[in-house]
Design a binder for this molecule. Sequence first.
Ligand code: CO
Length: 250
Amino acid sequence: MAVTIKSQREIELMRESCRLLAIVHKEMEESIRPGMSTLEIDTLGDTLIRKLGCIPNFKNYNGYPASVCVSVNDEVVHGIPSKHRILQEGDIVSLDAGLIYKGYHSDAARTHAVGNISEEARLLIERTRESFFAGIKMAKAGNHLYDISNAIDAYIKPFGYGIVRDLVGHGIGTSLHEDPQVPNFAQRRRGLKLQAGMTLAIEPMINMGRADVEWLDDDWTVVTEDGSWSAHYENTILITEGEPEILTMY
Ligand code: CO
């Protein structure tokens, strides 16, 4: 599938889709407390998405059974919410959610602290977020796609963390996943040229230990192979001639 360039009308719809998703994320973040189940977060997110008149785009996507991916500690992404999985003080929890507004998709993720967390966990979350901002400094028309990937890699490398390679960011629009793929690790080439009107989901997934991941028997949950903790930070962004617009910011 080709990379799509959004028209002014489509950009307005993407902006609104992403603005609504930011509201959902903020509510979910504020709900987090030790003792709650990961299913409660999914229920909250699902309910709010529908109350806003939107559709959760993850639900039933390739059979995914929930509206929010809730991934705890060594779970990297795509954790399945469960009433039996109770958040504990000191955990870190990654929330990944998206929605469809008038046919247009949004996608964003954050990793949050559950109560007080260790300094090394706090730094992992902070540096994962910073790697996104290092990446999107390069995200403007005339630069190339892999300038983003290379900048994320260069930011993370000095910390010795593992950058997940098996999952990548993506174009987004009338589908959740459009071309191009957006890797978070260094590429040999510069890739396609960025153009105003492209919308991308940029989403570094960073492990405290090694980069290797594996899939649990539920066929969804991605965990680190070495058991180290992992953080995720994702926004849907719009490429412009100048600075990128971070459409899902809150
Ligand atoms: Co995504």
